[in-house]
Design a protein around this ligand. Structure first.
Ligand code: ACO
Length: 332
């Protein structure tokens, strides 16, 4: 048994195609859907997003494998030493086998545990919390935790209130058991009373047909309110468990759904704006990929150093949400 797990390295993968708000507005206008850059930017902070092109072989699995391979390489982990792969996704390429099983085969880690986590936008925090608990309990020593999504497949381009918000991508962390901190505390929460009427995608396969809607639907105002409450409360809870104050956080990596939500939560927690990572402008909301993508952007930009307190958090359909707080360690 180890006392902690620590993030040894991060990785990310984005589709090639970048679509600005203005380009999206032009595409939508051709369908009779009216929007504009100003509305999207001022309501959400989003300026552009990436969309997969299946003709280029860009899928949830391929993005997940690219991000995972980069994290392994940066950590210096031989794929054969990985004991566990967890992929958080709400847009798997197929119902089964799991995305994690495909990623395992692509990365050359055959034999290790591999499974998917479905907690929509909160998925990465759920997967990280699960992997951390499994590494601390043993016998697992090394894990790859990935968030990967192709939201472009499930957004209704005739619904301007949702289609401007999402993007595709993947982020990953290589985790290892460690006697020094590490992840100090992580918690996940859900309240199923706020069901698919608040945020959902109701399609299912039945009798050879798709039943329900194949597109995401959202009550934006309700999600906004629940997001601020859940994110603020869960951050306070993990900070308390870790014996630290949110104001000590040196890198704040919130779910990148809406800059207004992020700013409001940071203000409530007393976290200065300059320690908050803001990739929503370039990525849009990439659901389970949002937090690891934002973390990777901050790490590669040199924004975090040894010993820094880092707060990660996400919220999504379920409703499900959670936070994790950790000490950044550049060595075991
Ligand atoms: N372009 C132009 N106008 C628009 C657009 C658009 N793309 N979308 C909506 N509007 C209009 C509406 O029709 C409405 O017009 P009206 O006043 O004439 O009726 C007006 O803008 C205001 O609409 P609201 O929905 O009230 O806008 P709001 O300020 O609440 O912003 C938003 C909407 C951005 C969706 C916000 O509510 C939000 O971010 N909610 C949270 C989303 C989120 O965090 N999701 C994360 C989880 S996602 C997951 O788990 C998969």
């Amino acid at each position: 048994m180890s006392m902690y797990s620590r993030i040894a390295a991060t990785g990310s993968a984005l589709p090639e195609t970048r679509v600005t708000n203005a380009e999206l507005a032009t595409r939508l206008a051709a369908r009779g859907v009216e929007t504009n850059d100003e509305w999207i930017r001022t309501r959400t902070g989003i300026e552009a997003r990436r969309f997969c092109d299946p003709e280029k072989g860009e899928t949830t699995t391929s993005l997940a494998a690219r991000a995972g391979a980069q994290a392994l390489e940066r950590a210096g982990f031989d794929p054969a030493t990985i004991d566990l792969i967890i992929v958080a996704t709400t847009t798997p390429d197929m119902v089964f086998p799991s995305t994690a099983a495909h990623v395992q085969s692509m990365l050359g880690c055959a034999g290790c545990a591999a499974f998917d986590v479905q907690a929509v936008c909160a998925g990465f925090i759920y997967a990280l919390n699960a992997a951390d608990a499994m590494l601390r309990a043993g016998p697992y020593r090394r894990a790859l935790v990935i968030g990967a999504e192709t939201m472009s497949r499930v957004i209704d381009f005739d619904d301007r209130s949702t289609c401007v918000l999402f993007g595709d991508g993947a982020g990953a962390v290589a985790l290892e058991a460690s006697d020094a901190p590490g992840i100090l505390a992580a918690r996940m929460y859900a309240d199923g009373r706020y069901d698919e009427n608040v945020l959902g995608l109701t399609a299912c396969l039945s009798g050879g047909a798709v039943k329900g809607s194949p597109f995401l639907n959202m009550d934006g105002r309700m999600v906004f309110k629940l997001a601020v409450e859940g994110l603020t409360g869960s951050a306070e809870e993990v900070a308390k468990l870790a014996g630290v104050s949110p104001s000590e956080v040196k890198l704040f990596v919130p779910h990148q759904a809406n800059l207004r939500i992020m700013t409001m939560v940071a203000r409530k927690l007393g976290i200065p704006d300059d320690v908050m990572v803001k990739t929503v402008s370039e990525h849009g909301n990439t659901s389970a990929a949002s937090v690891p993508l934002a973390l990777d952007a901050a790490v590669t930009a040199g924004r975090v150093k040894d010993g820094d307190l880092v707060l990660l958090q996400a919220v999504g359909a379920g409703m499900a949400w959670g936070s994790a707080i950790l000490r950044w360690r550049t060595a075991p």
